[in-house]
Design a protein around this ligand. Structure first.
Ligand SMILES: [Fe+2]
Ligand SMILES: [Fe+2]
Length: 557
């Protein structure tokens, strides 16, 4: 790059002031390293003198300001004075932020002797000849071409230094971004690991708040879960009827205030899209009409799944007094989406369970309608069987299965001829064979209902006998599914104890005696033992006096 030696007219603008902080120290070091001296620095735009170099002759910089600005505009090194042996070099230095500086310094282009007369050159530069000579003899000579090469090398090195600095900044910012992305992904992964239908939305919400606290710089966090729109019949069966506020850290609002804030922000949310996060910073919370002065910063996101909004997640008050930004908004949105999907799934599951419970009620009623003589039989068998299962220390899941099995064990009677089913007297062999088919018919009715898989063994095998003489498969002893053995005892107990239009229920002593002699023959003796142990409770159930079986249909399915 050639260095221009064109002479330019001096500028009338006077340079003023000086600042030691005018130049990046790294550039100061670079110039010192390359040229072995301090440089005078000007602002390349305004021409302001920012730093005056030490150990340089007193040049009239006011005259050279415009020259420096022109060097800045042309953005290449130039000699702005050339009076043999003096050379004044100007270097344009542009910072990455766009600010422009010009560094200038005087050199001698050849060795100067003590007895040399340099007065003409000194006068041209408005320097006192004695001082100029005194300075010049102490200077190492810098031929113009060497200065030119050094100037270009220095600028190249500075460009490289700036590029390295930029890359370091980019790396730093990328690393911060990666760290926050990693935290976000790790949090979302942990949350999704907890997305089991068995975990309630409140429990998952508490877990989410606890984990969010690790990555969101908020003083407090909260989740408000709102009531679901359920119909009258289902309310009270695990459906939330009041909003619930879960909090973590220093949450500055209560449930009611949370609702107020969401309502107020709702208008703004509508403006920017219902499912988008809302960041309320100081410019909003400082407004006179802001309802909660304790809330200085806030982000709120809906817990939404499609059109359904199950509540809101919010972070309150930045820990360092700053403002929440897109990183926090994005993280909260992701967590809000997961919580929303979880709530949606729970609701969907509840609706399906409700549907299935309704269907089981309908089936159970259909059996009663078909066989009015045994009205209430299925319900009583279910309750007695539950009491037996509890007596035998079955787990909750097994107890639920036994309850449903009791309700549906005779579902196959739907396919039995009414005349046979309702015949009050003794059945013929043929009629008995026909009625025996109800266990297999029941199995076929329910076999395609995946949710009732565990009920099928009872429906099919509740008439098997411990000695292998039952039906339909003549299974012996422990080959009979355990749940079927329990329901078989409950079924027999109700058949003996309940009144029928054509006969009264048997006295307790007779029933006891039949079970005693049938234990180990018709029935599993361990189940019969359980029947005797829980006899008082079971008699109450049989008489319809026992209503505290806490197995709800909906809970079971
Ligand atoms: Fe049956
Ligand atoms: Fe039955």
């Amino acid at each position: 790059m050639p260095i221009s030696r064109e002479a330019l007219p001096p500028d009338s603008q006077a340079a003023t002031g000086s600042s030691s902080a005018a130049l990046d120290p790294a550039i100061g070091r670079l110039l010192k390293q390359g040229f072995g001296r301090d440089f005078t620095i000007f602002d390349g735009t305004s021409g302001e003198l920012l730093h005056k170099a030490a150990d340089q002759p007193e040049l009239d910089w006011g005259m050279r300001v415009e020259l420096c600005r022109q060097v800045a505009r042309r953005n290449r090194p130039e000699f702005i004075d050339d009076e043999n042996p003096f050379l004044v070099l100007a270097l344009p230095l542009e910072s990455p932020d766009g600010t422009s500086r010009v560094a200038t310094a005087m050199f001698v282009s050849r060795p100067v002797g003590l007895d040399e007369d340099i007065s003409p050159a000194a006068e041209q530069l408005h320097l006192k000849p004695e001082e100029a000579l005194d300075w010049a003899v102490r200077q190492p000579p810098w031929p113009a071409d060497v200065l030119e090469r050094m100037a270009n090398l220095t600028l190249e090195q500075e460009a490289r230094r700036q590029r390295i600095e930029e890359l370091e900044e980019e790396t730093e910012s990328l690393s911060v971004h990666l760290a926050s992305t990693y935290e976000e992904i790790s949090l979302l992964y942990r949350l999704t690991q907890n997305l089991k239908l068995s975990m309630s939305d409140e429990d998952l919400g508490r877990v989410a708040l606890e984990w969010l606290e690790e990555v969101v710089p908020a003083q407090g966090m909260a989740i408000q879960l709102v009531p679901l729109e359920a119909d009258e019949e289902t309310s009270g069966q695990g459906v939330r009827t009041k909003s619930v506020l879960l909090t973590f850290g220093q949450c500055p609002v209560d449930n009611e205030q949370f609702s107020q804030l969401i309502e107020r922000l709702g208008q703004r949310l509508e403006l920017c899209g219902a499912n988008r996060p809302l960041v309320a910073n100081r410019s909003i919370t400082r407004e006179d009409s802001w309802p909660c002065p304790e809330v200085r910063q806030m982000i709120a996101v809906p817990l939404a799944e499609g059109e359904n909004v199950f509540g809101h997640l919010a972070a309150f008050n930045h820990r360092d007094g700053g403002e929440f930004g897109t990183v926090e908004a994005s993280l909260l949105s992701s967590v809000g989406a997961i919580l929303g999907i979880h709530s949606g799934n729970i609701e969907l599951y509840r609706q399906q369970s409700e549907l299935l419970a309704g269907m089981i009620r309908a089936l159970s009623s259909a059996i009663d309608a078909k066989d009015p003589y045994t009205c209430g039989h299925s319900d009583r068998v279910a309750r007695v069987a539950v009491r037996l299962a509890e007596e035998m220390s079955c787990d909750a899941k097994m107890v639920e299965t036994i309850y449903l099995s009791g309700l549906l064990h005779d579902i196959g009677k739907i396919g039995i001829d009414d005349n046979v089913l309702r015949k009050p007297g003794k059945l013929t062999d043929e009629e008995y064979e026909h009625i025996k088919r109800h266990s297999e018919i029941g199995y076929k009715i329910l076999m395609d209902l995946k949710k009732l898989d565990e009920v099928l063994p009872v429906v099919l095998h509740h008439h098997e006998s411990w000695d292998g003489g039952g039906y339909p498969h003549q299974l012996p002893s422990e080959d009979i599914p355990f749940s079927a053995r329990i329901v078989a005892v409950a079924d027999a107990f109700d058949a003996m104890s309940s009144d029928r239009p054509y006969r009264k229920g048997m006295p307790d002593e007779n029933i006891d005696s039949i079970f005693r002699s049938g234990a180990g023959k018709q029935w599993d003796p361990t189940v019969v033992d359980a029947l005797f142990r829980a006899r008082d409770d079971i008699r109450q159930i049989a008489r319809g006096e026992h209503h505290d079986t806490d197995i709800g249909l909906q809970k079971c399915v």
